[in-house]
Design a protein around this ligand. Structure first.
Ligand SMILES: CC(C)(COP(=O)(O)OP(=O)(O)OC[C@H]1O[C@@H](n2cnc3c(N)ncnc32)[C@H](O)[C@@H]1OP(=O)(O)O)[C@@H](O)C(=O)NCCC(=O)NCCS
Length: 158
């Protein structure tokens, strides 16, 4: 899909063969929080998550993953943004911005009303990215990650 990205980055839904890429990049950027390569590949293959891949030409440079859409206690349709990740050597090229826009567009298509996410309290780039895209802090969850870090839960009504 054409996106108007300044470096010509495009976004498309991931396919089964992209599981290895999700594993590789998750290991690169999320390993410090726990076995997220295995966890994200598990969600990827679960059939309930939607994964969007960012590409420069034919080369994958990042992904975003949206979890199952579920009604919350007040019947609002909620989905969790499970991950957004960009190749470290491609950081600060607005690829994270593009993935956030596309994942929100996808969520709207699925009639999601509220997006939630967790990010490490210490993850400044992540927190800034989510704030820029309209997410607000909801609460801190102590020891949320397998490696013990605290998470900030954020939400956005879309
Ligand atoms: C967070 C991440 C996805 C950002 O990707 P990116 O492609 O570099 O982000 P962009 O270039 O699109 O920047 C978008 C916004 O993110 C924020 N941001 C990105 N890098 C930042 C940094 N080093 N410090 C502070 N804010 C940062 C800024 O708000 C930026 O907007 P601005 O350029 O107008 O200031 C990337 O750093 C990453 O993959 N990190 C590891 C995985 C992770 O922590 N994911 C988030 C939790 S799931």
């Amino acid at each position: 899909m054409r996106t108007g990205h300044k470096h010509g980055v495009t976004v498309r839904p991931a396919r089964g063969v992209d599981a290895d890429y999700v594993r590789y990049l998750s290991k690169e950027v999320f390993q410090q929080y726990g076995p997220y390569d295995e966890m994200l590949v598990g969600w990827f293959g679960s059939g309930t998550a939607v994964t969007l891949l960012a590409l420069m030409g034919k080369r994958a440079v990042g992904f975003a993953m949206l979890g199952r859409v579920e009604p919350a206690w007040d019947d609002v349709q909620v989905s969790e943004l499970l991950a957004v990740a960009v190749e470290p050597e491609k950081w600060k090229l607005s690829i994270g911005d593009l993935l956030m826009k596309e994942v929100e567009r996808w969520a709207k298509g699925l009639r999601v009303e509220t997006l939630v996410l967790h990010t490490s309290v210490d993850n400044l780039p992540g927190r800034k990215l989510f704030e820029k895209h309209g997410f607000s802090a909801l609460k801190v969850k102590k020891g949320f990650y397998p490696e013990g870090q605290d998470a900030l839960m954020m939400y956005k009504n879309i």
